[in-house]
Design a protein around this ligand. Sequence first.
Ligand code: MG
Length: 267
Amino acid sequence: MKIIRYSDSSGQIHHAAQQADGSALVIEGCIFGSPKVTDRKADVAKLLAPVDPRAILCIGLNYKFHAEESGMAIPQHPVLFMKSPGAVQNPGDPVLLPSVLKSDSVDYECELAVVIGKAARNVKKADALDYVLGYTCANDVSARDWQKNGGGGQWCRGKTFDTFCPLGPVLVTRDEIPNPNALGIRTILNGVAVQDWNTNDMIFDVPTLIEFLSADTTLLPGTVIITGTPQGVGMARKPPLWMKAGDTVTVEIDGIGSLTNPVQDAA
Ligand code: MG
């Protein structure tokens, strides 16, 4: 099932199951409980990010060539940082370039986002995918100056500005994606593919990440894990390629869809 989240014409927020013809049928009940697809057509006034996350756990340097292009060693353990749930942006809404903590080096990162469906703690790799509700596309937008120099060695400052975590457009349930580590993934900036790789190149695959992240740590339903980006980021290019106002950025994952956002100045 492809789940969307939307507001209707009276401003109420719902989930719905997207149909092959592009229409959607209202879902009753919590998507983390026992959701039921009704036969009522959804009144989609505005498409929202498909999940309003409890937490956003992010993995850095999780593709071999991206670790190399970043000049970093292959990590021993998954590199964990976080974004605030407030950083989520809807499909089609703008990525805003910061105006107070200005940045001249805002970068894109296409990532597979994993949505946890039930509380997960001390989960073994073999069982890990049972805890996944589904998958969506993420853009781990990153202000490289604040990531590298403005955060005392922590990456969070540069990665958690408002709008720096577009998610969507749909949440594809795990039954439709038997292997999350076999998906083509790309970023298209102004019509040009700037990242184009496959999730089979992850250093730590999705089950390994869930085992590691849930160790002595409860992952609540609605937790989103963004799983790292392949090579081709703007920071590693010569000359570097930064996003600027007027750009259009798309993250595309085979079997999930395309997440497109314009880029604008926040001011
Ligand atoms: Mg990233």
